[in-house]
Design a protein around this ligand. Structure first.
Ligand code: IFM
Length: 446
């Protein structure tokens, strides 16, 4: 049996564009995701986040669900273009929604954890060059500072960025996320400015002098394992680790980019002249905690072609989620111990972990998602084991509360512990939600 401490936070996570809808209400202007969705071929069946879970209008009902489940903390993100609908223009109407949501959470004893950037860059920022323009760092600072000032009385846990790897590599190199560019050089510039904006926002936060508030960044970390023991595969795994993990961890915790990767990526990065003196000191501004999103590991082999000469190979195909991601809780355990050994002693929150499965409503009207229960249980066990080894993991946020808009996959992938009927907007608790509720109440796993 595994037991979690009383103050371990059990949460659920969502993000603005994936659940809010109401994309044109109360002055919100489009983000890069509104635009990306409208280009045929970008998103499954041309779907969009225009309505999605309609959480903007149904947040009270959704907070009611959180209360019913006994959730300690709710992680959500703010839509930048709701609160800054135009360049340099703050709109209190946009902020009103977040004030109401937070009030509702607090009245129900649920602690908010706020993410400032979960990929929905305003179009006004895109039109000015987006993350490729170094000025984006200043725009982000202005946005972050305003949100801190407006909400700091009730929000004590802050995350600057969610998954800079996805915002840069998926959005600017692979082109599968907004803004859909395909240029590795651009991706490296975007990643740098995103990281720099994190550091600048942390500095701005410190200047505000909040007494009991904490700030950190959330990285999606995917441990890379070699497909064989051959030297080629081992080195290939190290390059995959270099791009997915070290390219983000090293600047944040070591004030440098990994040298081997700089050498491998140099020809795409024009001599890295976008890295200015002092940037790395700013990026490594001290964090109060690290947020880790963990879903799977990658298994990697050497290949002759490709930019970094590696390729992912399928892991155990009988053991995957509907995303095709291998289920590997052991890699989460290894990752936690590695972070402690190689990077940092700050507390860790698992800010996302969860799974998409092909859920269907059974004839009794319920979703019996035993695979999801098993997935969460196995990962929580590994978290408890890592904590026994001193990992100091303070909380776990299950992704996600609701079935929602899963980016390029539209509504075809379901991560929620609550089923949403997108025709009627009716919510129903899946078996995993009931299991999570009971586990939170006992704080034990058999
Ligand atoms: O839905 C996403 C989320 O927005 C960021 N992390 C991964 C989740 C599942 O793909």
């Amino acid at each position: 049996m595994v037991t979690f401490a009383k103050d371990f936070k059990f949460g659920v996570a969502t993000s603005a564009y994936q659940i809010e809808g109401a994309v044109a209400e109360n002055g919100r202007t489009p983000s890069i995701w509104d635009t990306f969705c409208r280009t045929p071929g970008n998103v499954f069946e041309g779907q969009t986040g225009d309505i999605t879970c309609d959480h903007y209008h149904r947040y009270r009902e959704d907070v009611g669900i959180l209360r019913e489940l006994g959730i300690d903390s709710y992680r959500f993100s703010i839509s930048w273009s709701r609160v800054f609908p135009a360049y340099g223009v703050y709109d209190p109407k946009g902020m009103e929604f977040y004030r109401n949501l937070i009030r509702e959470l607090k009245q129900n004893g649920i602690e908010p954890m706020v993410t400032l950037y979960h990929w929905d860059l305003p179009m006004w920022a895109y039109e000015r060059g987006a993350w490729l323009n170094r000025e984006s760092v200043t725009w982000f600072k202005e946005y972050a500072t305003r949100v801190f000032e407006e909400l700091s009385d009730s929000v004590k846990l802050w995350i600057t960025h969610n998954e800079p790897f996805c915002a840069s590599i998926l959005g600017y190199d692979l082109g599968v996320h907004a803004p859909g560019h395909k240029n590795l050089g651009e991706a490296l510039i975007a990643a740098h400015h995103i990281l720099l904006s994190h550091g600048v926002a942390v500095e701005a936060f410190r200047e505000c002098g909040f007494k009991d508030s904490k700030i950190g960044i959330t990285l999606n970390l995917t441990p890379s394992y070699p497909a064989s023991n051959s030297r080629e595969d081992v080195e290939a795994a190290s390059r995959s680790d270099g791009l997915s993990n070290r390219w983000f961890l090293d600047p944040v915790f070591r004030s440098s980019y990994p040298e081997d990767m700089k050498e491998a990526l140099g020809r795409f990065a024009g001599g890295f002249d976008f890295i200015k003196d002092g940037d790395l000191q700013t990026i490594s501004a001290s964090n109060d905690f690290l947020g880790v999103n963990y879903y799977t590991r990658s298994l990697v082999k050497y290949v002759q072609d490709g930019v970094l000469n590696y390729q992912e190979v399928p892991g155990d195909s009988r053991n995957t989620t509907a995303m095709g991601w291998e289920i590997c809780p052991e890699a989460l355990y290894d990752l936690m111990l590695r972070l402690r050994r190689e990077y940092t002693r700050v507390p860790i929150y698992i800010t996302e972990n969860g799974a998409a499965f092909d859920d269907a409503l059974a004839s009794d009207g319920h979703v019996h998602d035993t695979e999801r229960i098993d997935y969460v249980k196995r990962h929580l066990r590994k978290i408890a084991e890592a904590n026994e080894q001193g990992a100091d993991i303070r909380g776990y946020y299950l992704w996600s509360l609701l079935d929602n808009f899963e980016w390029g996959y539209g509504y075809s992938r379901k991560f929620g512990i609550v089923h949403v009927d997108f025709e009627t907007q009716e919510r129903s608790l899946k078996d995993s939600a009931l299991w999570y509720r009971d586990m939170i109440s006992s704080r034990t796993i058999e």
